[in-house]
Design a protein around this ligand. Structure first.
Ligand code: ATP
Length: 468
């Protein structure tokens, strides 16, 4: 297999070594399923989220943005069915105490179980047994497993008045997805933003889930960021708009450098009762051995607005100004985890190449999402004239691009470091710059070709390279 060399261990180690991602609370021994993003991680995450926002909001006349609170009225989650209904089925190994998502184990036998309740799952396990198939612990291989039980993913907080008795009726949750805030603001936006159906509301923000198992680095974490867009349509427009959004989201990945053979559609066969169609875009996470969900593109019908209308007593319908028709809009959503997207782009970009008998590790990010765009490197750090000139160039270019100034180590080592964080261009300031012709060397990350560019032309040169 061509891409065997991409392993999760290498990605985790690069992320730590080069300051992309750190385990949370490491000095206290770590805090499971939460990760912190270092200097390059935050840049990559920001660039991905801005690229998404640009295509989903900035370039669209029919989508507006929102930033709603993480805490919401407790009724929100009753209305949406999350309280008492948002759970994953787990089994434990009686021998080694390993805890597992049993729906994932059933998937391996071709059974789509993520919408099943524990009783249904236990029946499916019995049926498999009759066929001579028994589930085994993913850790020790034992067949001594507990029956499946449901485990709520909702994260409770103790927010509220200190005198309030916390009961199931008033418990405040941390949101498990960002779209709740969109539904609750549907009417505000309709009344204030001059939007007309069909239109969408997009949001990027944190979400929290008490995931049973979260051992796949930043693929599945208990605190994560979602980028969601809810699109409101007349029921008769649903299929047309749904097909349109599926194409838009598919092409977005291709536009940012994901190879077409690395994404595929997964059609849900077991749907929530309100949904007519649901597809996921799966990415070929070779670091985990294959395709896994990256983004969901789902039809949600009139369910969300109808439920919130019922529970709040507020009408959440739409009056068509042209036809005078009154109806509850149907919704389609696109929903992707920013952190999971980060990992997909890492998986895609990670490249090992042999150059002059040595191995070069390079992150071949699309230039627009690379954490650092240009590295500015004075050839020697103890020659003031070189350093000062490089600082001037840094000041000028950093007005427009995320730049990094690096003066330590040999130039070869500095190039290698920039390759490993995916910097598209390095600018080296040497004695010719000062003494001869005011030119610098610009090195291209992918071709490793170098060319001499006049300092006064750098701004124009990079504007062309970055297409701005
Ligand atoms: P899964 O089946 O993997 O648990 P899901 O189907 O519950 O995920 P959705 O509720 O549809 O996921 O969430 C939409 C998107 O949010 C997912 O496609 C994924 O990219 C992201 N996401 C969901 N849960 C997590 C998590 N715990 N950590 C990181 N990203 C997540």
């Amino acid at each position: 297999m061509e891409k065997d060399y991409k392993t999760i261990d290498k990605i985790v180690s690069l992320c730590k070594r080069r300051g992309f991602v750190f385990q949370s609370s490491e000095i206290y021994g770590g805090f499971s399923a939460v990760y912190d993003y270092g200097p390059y991680g935050i840049e990559l995450k920001k660039n991905l989220s801005e690229a998404w926002w640009k295509s989903m909001v900035q370039k669209r006349m029919d989508v507006v943005g929102l930033d709603s609170g993480i805490f919401m009225h407790p009724k929100t989650w009753e209305a949406s069915g999350h309280v008492g209904g948002f759970d994953d089925p787990q089994v434990d190994c009686r021998d080694c105490k390993n805890r597992m998502r049993v729906d994932h184990m059933l998937e391996e036998h071709g059974i789509e179980a993520d919408k099943m309740k524990a009783e249904e799952i236990n029946r499916a396990i019995e049926d498999l047994k009759k066929k001579g198939i028994e589930l085994k612990c993913t850790n020790c291989g034992s067949k001594n497993l507990t029956p499946a039980k449901n485990f709520s993913l909702m994260v409770k907080s103790n927010l509220g008045s200190p005198t309030d008795e916390l009961s199931e009726d008033n418990v405040v949750y941390l949101r498990p997805e960002t779209c709740g805030g969109i539904y609750l603001n549907y009417k505000n936006i309709l009344d204030s933003a001059r939007v007309k159906i069909p239109f969408g509301i997009a949001q990027v923000g944190k979400a929290f889930r008490n995931e049973i198992i979260a051992r796949q680095f930043i693929f599945r974490t208990r605190e994560f960021e979602q980028m969601e867009m809810q699109y409101f349509v007349h029921p008769t427009q649903m299929q047309e708009k749904y097909d349109e959004w599926k194409k838009i989201r598919w092409n977005w990945y291709l536009g940012y450098g994901i190879k077409e053979e690395n994404i595929q559609w997964h059609k849900h066969t077991k749907l929530a009762h309100y949904a007519a169609e649901a597809y996921d875009i799966e990415y070929n996470f070779t670091i985990f051995g294959g395709f896994k969900e990256l983004e969901g593109i789902h039809q949600r019908g009139a369910w969300d607005l109808s439920q919130h209308s019922k529970f709040s007593g507020v009408e959440l319908d739409y009056l068509d100004p042209k036809t005078n028709e009154r109806y509850v809009p149907n919704i389609l959503e696109t929903s992707v985890g920013l952190n999971r997207m980060f990992l997909a782009f890492m998986n895609e970009a990670y490249t090992e190449e042999e150059v002059d008998g040595e191995m070069r590790v390079v992150l071949k990010f699309d230039r627009r999402i690379a954490p650092v765009k240009i590295a500015i490197l004075p050839l020697l750090k103890n020659r003031e004239e070189l350093v000062v000139k490089a600082q001037d160039i840094y000041s000028e270019l950093s007005e427009y691009y995320m730049c990094e100034f690096d003066e330590s180590g040999t130039i070869g080592k500095r190039y290698r470091r920039q390759d490993e964080i995916g910097t598209p261009f390095c600018v080296t300031i040497d004695f010719d710059t000062i003494e001869k012709d005011n030119t610098v060397t610009v090195r291209d990350r992918d071709t490793m070709e170098q060319e001499r560019i006049r300092v006064e032309d750098l701004k124009k040169y990079f504007a062309e390279k970055f297409n701005i």
